[in-house]
Design a protein around this ligand. Structure first.
Ligand code: A3P
Length: 272
């Protein structure tokens, strides 16, 4: 049972903490938590419990690689360590820093429809602000300023996948970066996870019996090690209904960027 090992304070015999051989670099709100938790089902995968922010936050990066390693779970020699920090994908420093650590590392990137990602990003910030009693704004009032699309809005910037991908492809080859379709992972997780198993050269161990659809949550939940669990309630929150004209403006803004992204990665996605 893997979870027992994680919580143990002492090192299980034959294990050590290892630098990740694979990193989920993003994107924020792409489904990074679901991907990590679902990969954790695999007996040859161990995952870092929290987002480490080593390569994107200077105050952590200066602590050095031993600090980074110390945050990784104990693993056996036949296990792959994975950490996920969604901020890496859009970070200006992360590509070079990861490359400096391990230029042949395998990267996982989970993306979803860019407009949907903006709305999900907004929804997360909205709830965070409500919880800390800060004022909130309507989605439309942030996205449209003086009648035009507010392309400076951070959530829109983060959805410019072509712009960010360009930085990664300067340092890493396309076959080092596996892109998971976040929209597909929501609807039918197993095939997306099997592609990741192949990418990581792992035997196929994740099964359809590891998932069950939870009607109340409206999402798939995980059955593993004799336990059933859904993701935290902050994952899979209802989105606000967005004005159709605003939606169309977002779709048309992202269309060109997505087309450019498809050409970059030699793969098309089913985005608006
Ligand atoms: P929403 O909450 O906007 O629906 P991240 O972990 O990167 O922050 O991504 C969160 C998103 O993961 C959620 O966005 C949700 O759509 C998606 N997701 C994918 N599979 C899920 C699952 N099985 N349970 C909950 N959320 C899931």
């Amino acid at each position: 049972n893997k979870s027992e090992h994680y919580s143990a304070q002492v090192r299980p015999p034959g294990t050590s903490r290892r630098i990740p051989q694979t990193i989920i670099i993003g994107v924020r709100k792409g489904g990074t938590r679901a991907l990590l938790e679902m990969l954790d089902i695999h007996p040859n995968i161990v995952v870092a419990a929290t987002e480490v922010h080593f390569f994107d936050w200077d105050e952590n990066y200066v602590k050095g690689i031993d600090w980074y390693r110390s945050l990784m779970p104990f693993s056996y020699g036949n296990q792959i360590t994975i950490e996920k920090t969604p901020g890496y994908f859009t970070s200006p420093q992360a590509p070079e820093r990861i490359h400096d650590m391990n230029s042949s590392i395998k990267l996982l990137l989970i993306l979803r429809d860019p407009t949907e990602r903006v709305i999900s990003d907004y929804t997360q910030v909205y709830y965070n602000r409500v919880e800390s009693h800060k004022p909130v704004q309507l989605f439309e009032d942030i996205v449209i300023k003086n009648g035009v699309l507010n392309t400076k809005y951070k959530a829109i910037q983060r959805s410019l996948y072509d712009v960010h991908m360009e930085k990664w492809l300067k340092l890493f080859s396309l076959d080092q970066i596996h892109i998971v379709d976040g929209n597909t992972l929501i609807k039918d997780p197993l095939p997306e996870l099997q592609k990741v198993e192949r990418f990581l050269n792992l035997p196929s161990r994740i099964m359809s019996s590891n998932f069950y659809f939870n009607q109340t949550k409206g999402f798939y939940c995980i059955r593993s090690d004799g336990r059933e669990r859904c993701l935290h309630e902050s994952k899979g929150r209802p989105h606000p209904l967005v004005n159709n004209t605003v939606l169309e403006q977002l779709y048309s803004y992202f269309r060109e960027h997505s087309a450019k992204f498809y050409r970059m990665v030699n793969h098309s996605f089913d985005w608006h």
